[in-house]
Design a protein around this ligand. Structure first.
Ligand code: XUL
Ligand code: CO
Length: 436
């Protein structure tokens, strides 16, 4: 059955094409810096925004027109939706997708019923994965939508909510494993607080640590080899989320001895909400060897919330791809479009325009980042800026051979520091623009 009857497979037609349903830059087999674009970018379509988001907002109901969906919370409707989803992903040519357990299958009247629903839909997902070759980048459990999680899941004041969340995550990890998922994400939607007056922060953090340790233990038990990720976000829906940014996540992982077990899944709009640039978050994660995957989207500078828009800024995607190339490319992760079309863009074809735009923008970012690296002037500038550490006193400090006493002796003898040089920020900004 064709759910997008008027749309053919999206092809690369090059930058001169005027066909809006073609790629201008994303040419999956084109080799850039030693790998094909497809291998570098590992694009993933998210099930939740693309196939489950009705496009409602706080002021109005959903507008999305999805003719294949009867709007019911039935398993039959969920199974039919899988076929529409895979037709879309296949026509788009993305190699991966991602889901929450409750996006793909409806919640039942009991945990057992929900598990059964998930199994029934996973069977169809598996068949469609096999038919198309599309793979699961990561799975996750929705531990924030149901009212039982109003106080959080792993950080709820209600121990039963923690237990329910554990059972739900267990099942979601198992299904991800059965579907050959390459990862599993923990986004702590309500793992934070609305007011500290009712919150025992230390106890909640200890519980979150225990929850993730149990997840790691279960992963080993069932032989799931995929990568676990934690996804930073500072707020929304909570006033403060414990995984507020990359640095807070790393601190948490270190404190609870989870560093070797989870990497970070960084999302651009979450960085913005945290008051950081995505580039900052990427650098923090890379420095800790903990960058795993990215949720590729962007916010709107005029709106202070998580608008989850498709990335269209070549500057942004260049920064992202410089980070990804710097860490040596994705291993288990990818460019996952955690993004949704606007409420006004309600037609099925808008899903294509949105993803084509995001993929083309990332393809350009990849080519530009690779060109900046091949040129070498940026890296050489940074290397040269730190040359005082390559020899003499700098080298001695880095090798741990100095003390405050020896440095005092050194400076008393020398008198004043070697003349500082310009940081050349504007020169470097112009250099980057040479490539963009
Ligand atoms: C919410 C968000 C989530 C996670 C997965 O802001 O980004 O969709 O990516 O739970
Ligand atoms: Co996300």
């Amino acid at each position: 059955m064709a759910f997008f009857p008027k749309i053919k497979k999206i092809k690369y037609e090059g930058p001169d094409s005027k066909n809006p349903l073609s790629f201008k830059w994303y040419n999956e087999d084109e080799v850039v810096a030693g790998k094909t674009m497809k291998e570098h970018l590992r694009f993933s379509v998210v099930y939740w925004h693309t196939f489950r988001n009705p496009l409602s907002d706080p002021f109005g109901v959903g507008t999305a027109f999805r003719p294949w969906d009867d709007g019911s919370e039935s398993v039959k409707n969920a199974q039919k939706r899988v076929h529409a989803a895979f037709e879309f992903i296949e026509k788009l040519g993305a190699p991966y997708y991602a889901f929450h357990d409750r996006d793909v299958a409806p919640e039942g009247k009991s945990l057992a019923a929900s598990n059964k629903n998930l199994d029934a839909v996973a069977k169809v997902l598996k068949a469609e994965q096999r038919r198309t070759g599309i793979k699961l980048l990561w799975g996750t459990a929705c531990l924030f939508a149901n009212p039982r999680y109003m106080h959080g899941a792993a950080t709820s004041c209600n121990a039963d909510a923690f237990a329910y969340a554990a059972a739900q995550a267990k099942k979601a990890i198992e299904v991800t494993h059965q579907l050959g998922g390459e990862g599993f994400v923990f986004w702590g939607g309500r793992e934070g607080y609305s007011t500290l007056w009712n919150t025992d922060m230390k106890r909640e953090l200890d519980h979150l640590g225990a929850f993730l340790h149990m997840a790691v233990e279960h992963k080993k038990k069932i032989g799931f080899k995929g990568q676990f990720y934690i996804e930073p976000k500072p707020m929304e829906p909570t006033k403060h989320q414990y995984d507020s940014d990359a640095a807070a996540c790393l601190n948490f992982l270190r404190q609870y001895k989870l560093m070797g077990h989870l990497k970070l899944n960084l999302e651009t709009n979450h960085a913005t909400l945290a008051g950081h640039e995505m580039q900052h978050e990427l650098e923090v994660a890379i420095a800790a060897n903990a960058l795993g995957s990215i949720d590729a989207n962007t916010g709107d500078p005029m709106l202070g919330w998580d608008t989850d828009q498709f990335p269209t800024s070549v500057y942004l995607t260049t920064e992202c791809m410089l980070g990804i190339l710097k860490m040596g490319g994705f291993k288990t992760g990818g460019v996952n479009f955690d993004a949704k079309v606007r409420r006004e863009s309600y037609e099925p074809v808008d899903l294509f325009h949105a993803h084509i735009g995001g993929m083309d923008t990332f393809a350009r970012g990849l080519k530009i980042a690779a060109a900046i690296r091949a040129d070498g002037r940026l890296a050489e500038f940074v290397r040269n800026r730190y040359r005082s550490w390559d020899a003499g006193i700098g080298k001695k400090i880095e090798s741990g051979k100095t003390s405050f006493k020896t440095l005092e002796t050194y400076m008393l003898k020398k008198g004043e520091v070697t003349k500082n040089e310009s940081g050349r920020q504007e020169f470097l900004e112009n250099l980057i623009n040479e490539f963009i």
